[in-house]
Design a protein around this ligand. Structure first.
Ligand SMILES: Cc1cc2nc3c(=O)[nH]c(=O)nc-3n(C[C@H](O)[C@H](O)[C@H](O)COP(=O)(O)OP(=O)(O)OC[C@H]3O[C@@H](n4cnc5c(N)ncnc54)[C@H](O)[C@@H]3O)c2cc1C
Ligand code: FES
Length: 493
């Protein structure tokens, strides 16, 4: 079902195209993700898990979890949440392991380390891409951190390319319809979607190239990135790399937690705010941090009913101003509760919640059934760091920063020379901090290839000071604690 009216969002008008799903003819909007088109047609169960044959649907909606993988035009394991729909596409469920498309699929490692390749050129998304690219600064991720990094690097006059695997640039900002909290110096009070648009415009005008639908899938010595663009491998030689790949949503352990109809909070935001698709039922939100509260409010705004918010802590996690808004709209908040089970066989048909005792265990006899078709998990994010691990950067687990994060100096350079990190990949925080870290990483990476001018040093000092101010005060306590553990480590202590 499509959302026709929204108080803030004007959904893009697109051409209708036809495609098939398991032989059934369907209609969707050209360029929207295949997964959104399936949802709009009422399809919630996409495929089956390879080993146990469990039903699978959308979970993250940003290409990070593999839950939505299907066979598209004969190619297996396509992430349908970030693959645009085109006229005549043939989409099929997978059941077990799906066979490869043909015998001639070349091995990525071979291509990237010199076995195959050359600069013959190939057509990708209407543009001609060389199979090989030489760039000065490669930025992985076009969220606020990556865009800010790209802007600053390109302003120094070096060739800067920002790669993003999603269909449009902007990262998490493309779905944030609310006015941002954070520092007034870094655009707090402006809607996230508008901040994203501004950053994209600035990146383009500063001379950075943005390549979307381009997944950086691996790192190969010496300093080669493997990029998949339109089913074609591109070998990118980069002098400097900035990882700004964001974060992915945490899952919770409870019975049946893999049923279709259970999503990360960001996924449901993507469906509703970006693609204008109704998720198809009543929502139970798990987690009352700012993300859970804001997404609840945005769902209500779009006409999607929310039957309650479940919070394990004895108090609300996010700002009270957000909690009061949703309470006024009649949404109960169950503090000191958790979800113990999702009900249903092939998709969610309800949930069981229970009170927690003082040792955080569900109390027997307090179980309550909640009728809902959707369970939305807003239980935190963890940094996306696989490429940093692959490149051999020194890492450390720091709970306050969301998980494993790389050691880095105050210019955001990791322990691998020439590799930088910024934004949620460096520790989960907010967009304001992501932008500042991106600027620092981008300017430093480019200056290290050209020269550090007096202006560079002044700019860097200014951004670092603003980061410090942003992290001062009670809301920055957690990140300050995390950072002190990182700098108290052996590498930059
Ligand atoms: C509901 C919600 C509300 C929020 N509200 C606020 C708020 O009010 N104020 C605030 O300051 N912050 C807020 N935030 C947080 C903010 O959106 C994030 O902290 C910020 O977007 C992080 O920026 P980033 O650039 O690090 O990552 P992201 O925005 O996640 O961008 C990362 C990008 O990297 C791309 N990518 C990842 N891996 C690859 C790869 N291998 N190859 C190519 N591309 C890749 C992804 O496609 C993505 O576009 C909110 C977040 C949520 C979910
Ligand atoms: S990868 Fe598509 S839903 Fe997670």
């Amino acid at each position: 079902m499509r959302i026709e009216e929204h108080p803030i969002i004007r959904y893009e008008k697109r051409r209708t195209v036809r495609f098939t799903f398991n032989g059934r003819e369907m209609e969707g909007l050209e360029g929207e993700p295949i997964a959104s088109a399936l949802y709009a047609n009422g399809v919630v169960e996409f495929t089956r898990s390879p080993k146990h044959g469990r039903p699978r649907g959308l979970y993250c909606a940003i290409g990070k979890c593999s839950s939505c993988m299907m066979r598209v035009d004969g190619v297996p394991n396509v992430r349908t949440c970030i693959t645009p729909l085109r006229e005549g596409m043939v989409v099929e469920s997978q059941n077990g392991y799906s066979p490869p498309p043909g015998e001639d699929a070349a091995d990525a490692a071979d291509i990237l380390t010199g076995g195959v390749g050359g600069d013959a050129g190939g057509v990708a998304g209407g543009r001609t891409l060389p199979y090989e690219m030489d760039v000065d600064v490669a930025v992985i991720g076009a969220g606020p951190a990556g865009l800010a990094a790209g802007i600053e690097a390109a302003r120094k006059g070096v060739r800067t390319v920002i790669f993003d695997e999603n269909i449009v640039p902007g990262g998490q900002l493309i779905k944030q319809t609310h006015k941002f909290f954070g520092s007034h110096l870094e655009e707090a009070g402006t809607r996230g979607i508008d901040i994203g648009k501004e950053l994209v415009e600035d990146a383009i005008s500063s001379g950075a190239e943005i390549l979307t639908e381009a997944t950086v899938f691996g790192f190969y010595e010496p300093n080669i990135l493997g990029v998949m663009k339109d089913m074609q491998i591109v070998k990118v030689r980069a002098q400097r790399v900035i990882v700004a790949a964001g974060a992915s949503e945490n899952v919770l352990v409870f019975e049946n937690n893999d049923l279709p109809g259970i999503y990360g909070a960001g996924a449901i935001q993507t469906l509703v705010n970006v693609h204008g698709v109704h998720p198809g039922g009543r929502v139970l939100m798990i987690g009352s941090g700012n993300v859970g509260l804001i997404v609840t409010y945005q769902l209500l705004q779009a006409g999607v009913p929310v039957v309650g918010i479940v919070e394990a802590m004895p108090h609300i996690g996010g700002y009270l101003v957000h909690a009061s808004k949703v309470r006024r709209l009649g949404v109960p908040i169950y503090t000191g509760h958790t979800i113990v089970e999702a009900l249903g066989k092939d998709r969610v048909e309800g949930a069981v919640i229970a009170e927690l005792d003082e040792r955080w265990r569900p109390k027997k006899g307090t179980e309550k059934r909640i009728d809902c078709e959707i369970i939305c998990l807003a239980v935190g994010l963890r940094p996306t760091v696989e490429l940093l691990y692959q490149a051999g950067c020194e890492m450390r687990f720091i709970g306050e920063m969301g998980g494993h994060v790389p050691y880095r100096d105050d210019n955001m350079e990791t322990t691998r020379k020439g590799w930088y990190v910024a934004g949620d990949s460096s520790g989960v925080e907010e967009a304001t901090a992501a932008i500042l870290e991106g600027r620092i990483a981008g300017r430093t990476a480019a200056a290290s290839l050209t020269e550090y001018t007096k202006e560079d040093n002044e700019m860097l000092d200014g951004w670092k000071k603003r980061l410090e101010e942003l992290r001062a005060g009670p809301t920055g306590e957690k990140i300050r604690k995390g950072l002190s553990k990182l700098s108290g480590g052996v590498l930059y202590g």
